[in-house]
Ligand binder design. Structure first.
Ligand code: HEC
Ligand code: HEC
Ligand code: HEC
Ligand code: HEC
Ligand code: HEC
Length: 445
């Protein structure tokens, strides 16, 4: 009994204490001191996904596989060469853009000119990738890193050692990005016979009957430049023709004006239009894709491959003029062999652009680049074998060239290698070709 009472009183005391825990809440304590703000971490997963998803990077990467920028082999072959890589290799392109490398020529203490448009040996490589044109990728890791493009600045022309400039201001200058690489290169005089300076193009047009190359003199002065298989302004005719700047402008019946495309359309309107077949988007190809003509709000009813006004008509016209001009140049030859090289193989980048399949090279013998050449190379290399020298000596002498012929050859190369047969800039293409033909006729050729 005594134990029972003790237990009851214990429970009573415990009950009292338990009941007191449920009493009224005391007043709130004073607020604690603010902590320091933590740095926001980058939410890697979230920002990566803005780009790394099936509709953005993944989809564009599939298109890009079909772009010659990606599958072409020139990036690899020209990497390491500081003069070639500014247009062919990613790091070199970014280097010349970032450092605003001028396209001037500088006279050295040896009395010879050198081309300043070059990268440095440490930045002369790299395949063309997304990072070539989208220079800020992976800098902030935000979805906006696709902008800005590596360059949209006016392009100082390397062919003209900086004395002419192309500036496609439409659409924020995106075309200038393309033209920075898709522009012709300078035709330079020999560093042994002359000083290596760029050919005086203005004189080709203003003094058409002056002698450019005298075949009776051959590999000696006063000749400054010897005809060879690759006597050319390289492959980027598009930039010059599209902008209507930098051809050899012989005076003539047609004036050097440009079609509307030069000021209204941009490269990406036609070359990055909605994908159709293997063209459009980041394939950068316009082959057979007419989506851009309509989308750019220029040809509201569209253009098709059978359109006589906007496609077949102008293209046949330019194709005919290319062949006529080529005929004039070939007339300088031995009467049997064309002076201009033709090539019916699928490796000819300009296959089908003319009926004759010209490629813009001269048919001068060279054991490695043109072993079937029809004309004697005026400067056989010491390294050639005796057989190669014998072959060369058995060939016809390459004809003498007046300034008009040299200028006409350059215009032929620009307009052929432009590839579009006047679609880029019909008026300028037509003026260059027609006035070249007329200038040749006036010179008695
Ligand atoms: C503005 C868009 C964008 C954002 C944001 C972005 N990336 Fe990328 N990333 C690209 C592109 C474009 C490529 C190149 C794809 C190609 O070459 O096919 C690439 C390539 C890569 C590659 C392959 C290696 C390389 O550098 O080429 C890795 C890894 C990568 N990204 C990781 C990330 C991670 C992790 C994040 C987030 C922290 C991220 N990226 C955010 C656009 C982006
Ligand atoms: C960094 C220099 C560079 C830039 C910038 C550039 N290209 Fe190119 N492009 C090239 C080179 C070099 C080739 C040839 C690659 C090869 O053959 O290996 C090429 C090839 C092409 C081709 C295929 C030509 C053919 O013979 O099939 C097209 C079309 C083209 N580029 C369009 C464009 C357009 C449009 C732009 C601008 C949006 C552009 N490119 C920007 C250097 C460039
Ligand atoms: C000013 C820019 C530029 C420079 C400099 C340049 N190239 Fe090119 N090159 C181009 C462009 C653009 C193309 C592609 C043109 C096209 O296909 O319409 C090209 C095409 C080529 C091709 C043909 C690739 C193919 O598709 O078969 C070769 C080979 C080539 N270049 C070699 C060279 C060499 C060698 C040098 C240096 C001596 C050089 N390039 C310097 C712009 C340049
Ligand atoms: C030869 C230059 C060039 C290369 C290489 C290139 N791009 Fe582009 N890209 C452009 C241009 C020019 C535009 C802008 C088109 C416009 O505004 O009409 C663009 C636009 C884009 C856009 C749209 C951006 C926006 O803000 O709307 C994306 C996404 C893109 N590129 C992804 C890529 C990826 C991924 C790669 C590599 C697989 C790549 N690009 C390679 C030139 C290039
Ligand atoms: C009005 C539409 C249009 C515009 C604008 C345009 N192009 Fe073209 N481009 C074409 C067409 C069409 C072809 C020929 C394709 C064909 O035969 O179907 C072509 C051909 C080319 C080629 C040769 C492609 C090959 O397969 O060899 C290159 C390189 C090129 N363009 C670059 C450019 C550049 C760089 C710009 C801007 C300066 C530009 N184009 C602007 C329509 C256009």
């Amino acid at each position: 009994m005594k134990t029972f009472l003790k237990l009851i009183s214990l429970f009573t005391i415990a009950g009292f204490f338990l009941a007191s825990c449920e009493g009224p809440t005391g007043p709130a304590g004073a607020a604690g001191k603010d902590g320091t703000n933590g740095t926001n971490g980058t939410d890697a997963n979230e920002t990566c996904k803005l780009c790394h998803n099936p509709t953005v990077v993944d989809a564009v990467a599939v298109q890009f596989d079909f772009s010659k920028h990606a599958f072409g082999e020139a990036a690899s072959s020209e990497s390491g060469n500081t003069g070639c890589s500014p247009c062919h290799a990613s790091e070199a392109f970014k280097y010349v853009c970032k450092n605003n490398v001028p396209s001037t020529f500088t006279l050295g203490s040896n009395g010879k000119y050198s081309n300043d448009y070059a990268t440095v040996a440490g930045n002369a490589m790299g395949e063309l990738t997304c990072f070539t044109c989208h220079s800020s990728l992976h800098t902030t890791y935000a979805g906006t890193d696709f902008s800005p493009l590596t360059t949209t600045a006016a392009v100082s022309m390397t062919m003209w050692k900086g004395t002419k400039t192309i500036n496609l201001t439409q659409d924020g200058g995106i075309g200038n990005l393309c033209v920075k690489c898709h522009q012709p290169r300078p035709l330079t005089t020999s560093t042994t016979l002359s000083n290596g300076d760029v050919v005086d193009y203005a004189a080709l047009a203003s003094s058409p009957t002056d002698k450019f190359y005298d075949s009776t003199v051959g590999n000696a002065q006063p000749n400054k430049l010897l005809p060879s298989y690759r006597m050319h302004v390289h492959y980027g005719g598009v930039g010059a023709v599209f902008a209507g700047v930098g051809g050899i402008e012989f005076p003539g019946t047609l004036s050097y004006t440009s079609s509307d495309h030069a000021t209204v359309a941009s490269c990406q309107d036609c070359h990055m239009a909605a994908v159709s077949g293997k063209a459009g988007g980041h394939t950068f190809s316009a082959l057979g894709n007419f989506n851009g003509c309509k989308a750019a709000a220029c040809h509201s009813s569209g253009v098709s491959a059978t359109d006589a006004t906007f496609w077949t008509g102008p293209r046949n016209d330019i194709k005919g003029l290319l062949s006529t001009l080529a005929g004039k140049i070939n007339a300088l030859g031995d009467g049997t062999n064309k002076v201009l090289h033709t090539d019916g193989a699928s490796t000819n980048l300009w296959l089908g652009i003319t009926n004759e399949n010209y490629d813009g090279y001269l048919d001068v013998y060279d054991p490695s680049t043109n072993p079937a050449g029809k004309y004697k190379n005026p400067a056989p290399a010491g390294s050639w074998t005796a057989d190669q020298k014998t072959t060369n000596n058995s060939l016809s002498t390459f004809p003498s060239l007046l300034n008009v012929a040299a200028g006409a050859m350059i215009n032929f190369q620009l307009c052929l290698r432009d590839y579009s047969l006047g679609i880029h800039n019909y008026k300028y293409t037509k003026a260059l070709l027609q006035n070249s033909i007329d200038a040749m006729t006036t010179a008695g050729i």
